[in-house]
Every structure is written in C-alpha cells, then in structure tokens.
Design a protein around this ligand. Structure first.
Ligand code: ZN
Length: 311
C-alpha cells in the first residue's frame, strides 16, 4: 500500500487524540499562529491556521466557508478572508461538532453569519458531549454557539451569487454528524475529519463515529471525485483522489488488524499492548499514546458497532 498520505508529520502530532479540545486550545500560542491561504482555483481557497482546515468559496455577493477553527482564530481568519474579497461571509458550515472546527461559531454568528450543520452537530454542541477515550466532558452551549440552520439526512445546497455548495451527510463516520462539502464548480471536496493527513484519524465512537462508517464515507468521496479533484482534509495537507484511495486502503487495513485481535478474544488493553500499528507509527512519527488511541477507537467502534463490514 502506498503510505504517501501518512508521511507528512506536523506539529499537530503533539496534540494527540484523546486530549480535550480545551486542552488542545490551551496548548496553542494563538498570537504566533499565521493563516496560510492556498489558492485552489475558481475563487476557492484552503486556509490553515490552528485547528481544522478551512475552505473558502468566494461568490459575487458573499462567501461560503467550511469550518472556523478555534474561537481564538476569529480575527485572523476574518482578515484572511477580507484579503480575498470585500464580500461578507454568508454561511459557515461545521463539518462536525469538535471544537477545533466549530469553536468559532459564536463569533461568526455575532457577525451575522449563518452557521450550518447536520442536526446531530447542533444536538451535541447544545447538550454537551463526553470524550470516549478520556471521559472528559465538554459542557453544552447555547445561543450563537449552536448552528442555526440544520439538515438531517441527504444533503443541503447553499448558494451565494455565482457559487453553490452541496453539504452532504455521511452517517456514523468520524462522528454521527459529519458533513462533506462539495464545490462542484471548483472541483473541490472538503472532507472534515473523516479524512486526516499526517496523523492517525479518529472514530469518535462515544459520539456516533465508527471505522466502518469512515470506510464507507471515503468510498463515497472517491465515487464523487475525479483525478483532478482537490481534496481538503480535516487536518493536514491538501490531497486528491489518489490520496483518498490510499487512505481508504489504510482504514480497511487498520480495521482488519483490530478485527483479528477482537476475534482472538483480546481485550482493549491487550489490543493496545500488541502494538498492531507499529509499522505505521514509525512512518507517522506517532507516539505510544497516539497509536494506542487509534487502536482504542477502532477497537471500540468495532466492538459496539452493528454496521456490517465493508470491503
Ligand atoms: Zn474532529
């Protein structure tokens, strides 16, 4: 298998899975963060600051934005968008509820931006959530911190003058509220954390995520893209359809390795101790905690999943 997708090690690695979003935010010196903007063509851009990747589509009378990072990034992201256009941001889409993607919702809502997400994102932000690995709780939020426009199944189309974005739901993948955003006119797909590059992904099993759902979702992404598509992952560098194919093969291999351990009667702890991802750890520069956490999320999502196995 081509492991190219996994070779870009970033500082994000230090922020291992299982750490609460608040702790992640505390570990970042936001004053030192600069937003890097990459032109994807057709007035569509990828932005990288602190938190999840951002996608920006500029129309003639407004902007559609995908994910808004942490609240502390608000002014810098706004300035980065203002450097591209005088038009206001009309929609901010949350690809899922995690704070490194949705933590800026309240600030944008205050600016008059309509925050859009799948219904379960609204539910988890409003009701609060528990991290399945650490047991840490994130309290519920209200007002502008909660998305104001939601959809349940299927998809939703958002429009600004000259641009449209298809926001589609993939069930039980990274979480139970994942949306991808498809800019057909620019041939750009934003995946949210269903796909991450340069670090182990996460199936947030305590919040409806599952490894089989991720495999299925990435299969859908491969079907909707072509060889020229630019793919913005939830974290890490810009990729493409070949990257999606490599990543899907990696997810299947990870799933199968853990399924084998479960079949052999191994407990979660025994599965972690077996270091089933040791070969990938070296390539990713992943430490024991990051590797063990990925073992644990795959193990738990398989153990508790009623979804059928996807090949
Ligand atoms: Zn996430």
């Amino acid at each position: 298998m081509n492991m190219k997708f996994a070779l870009v090690a970033t500082a994000a690695f230090a922020l291992t899975l299982g750490v609460t979003q608040a702790a992640r935010a505390q570990a970042i010196d936001f004053s030192k963060v600069e937003v890097k903007t990459t032109d994807l063509g057709h007035k569509t851009y990828m932005m990288e600051g602190a938190g999840g990747n951002v996608t920006v589509a500029v129309g003639a009378d407004g902007v559609i934005m995908v994910d808004g990072e942490f609240a502390q990034m608000h002014d810098k992201l706004k300035a980065a968008v203002a450097a591209l256009t005088n038009q206001p941001i009309k929609y901010l889409i949350n690809t899922h509820f995690h704070g490194d993607h949705s933590g800026d919702d309240e600030n944008f809502a205050k600016d008059g931006v309509i925050v859009v997400a799948q219904e379960n994102v609204k539910k988890r932000i409003a009701e609060g959530s528990t991290n399945g690995l650490t047991g840490n709780k994130t309290p519920g939020l209200s007002g502008g911190a909660v998305p104001s426009k939601t959809y349940t199944n299927g998809s939703l189309t958002l429009k600004v003058k000259g641009r449209s974005a298809k926001v589609g739901h993939v069930p039980n993948a990274h979480t139970d509220g994942d949306s991808y955003v498809w800019f057909a006119d620019a041939n750009v797909l934003s995946t949210g954390d269903v796909m991450t590059i340069g670090r182990y992904p996460n199936s947030d099993f305590a919040n409806g995520g599952s490894i089989n759902g991720m495999i299925s979702a990435v299969g859908q992404y491969i079907a909707m893209t072509n060889a020229q598509t630019k793919v913005v992952p939830g974290h890490g560098s810009l990729t493409n359809q070949a990257g999606l194919k490599d990543y899907r093969a990696f997810l299947i291999a990870a799933r199968d390795r853990i399924a084998k351990l479960i079949k052999a009667g191994k407990s979660e702890q025994e599965a972690v101790a077996a270091k089933p991802f040791a070969d990938w750890d070296a390539k990713l520069g992943a430490n024991d905690q990051a590797s063990g956490n990925f073992v644990r999320v795959v193990y738990n999502s398989l153990k508790h999943s009623t979804m059928s196995t996807i090949h």
